[in-house]
Design a protein. Structure first.
Length: 192
């Protein structure tokens, strides 16, 4: 089945990237879970994603695109928090984790997408996090500074560190890993 292809390709990306490996070991407690497929407006955008990655990321990008209709796409936030345009051009699914297609108590691993010209406003969560850019780019911001991330680059967020991300003229497709306390809770928008 195609979910296995996504998992194996994600495992290969993890194995080949030292920052991902140093962040967290690949879990040895994975159990496949029957999750319902769920499509959201961003599902079609991901299936038509045109940006190319690198030799390290392109296989995972193609497998993600080919299997958008088989996974359980989610949106964490409500319209009053982020607006309807954001909700229509953003989404993720949990590949690995407590509620993922592959259950693990050790990490959470998400495939996440944001369309062009979107602001993912200030938010935080207890779990530590690392973003890995599969394709596209985004300006990642913390209170300490900002950095434009492109394909094959990573960004680390500490527990409860407020952070945001802005896309410009191109969308972004990411592989995101969580570790540590708070993996059972999702992100919350920070109070303004």
């Amino acid at each position: 089945m195609s979910l296995e292809l996504i998992l194996e390709s994600a495992r290969k990306v993890h194995k080949e990237n030292s920052e991902l490996r140093e962040f967290v070991e690949w879990p040895d407690d994975l159990v496949k879970v029957d999750q319902p497929s769920e499509n959201i407006p961003a599902t079609e955008l991901v299936s038509k994603f045109e940006l190319r990655g690198t030799e390290e990321t392109q296989n995972l990008i193609e497998i993600i695109k080919e299997n958008t209709s088989l996974v359980n796409w989610q949106r964490t936030y409500k319209e009053e928090e982020v607006g309807s345009d954001f909700l229509n051009r953003y989404g993720y699914y949990e590949l690995i984790g407590p509620e993922g297609h592959y259950h693990s108590n050790k990490i959470r691993g998400f495939i996440a997408y944001w369309g062009e010209e979107l602001t993912y406003d200030w938010h935080s969560h207890e779990a530590e996090e690392i973003y890995f850019i599969l394709a596209g780019s985004g300006l990642f911001r913390t209170k300490e500074g900002e950095k434009l991330l492109k394909v094959n680059e990573t960004c680390f967020h500490k527990s409860w560190q407020s952070h945001s991300m802005i896309t410009s003229s191109e969308p972004i497709l990411t592989f995101v890993l969580w570790r540590g306390k708070g993996m059972d809770k999702l992100s919350v928008m920070d109070e303004k």
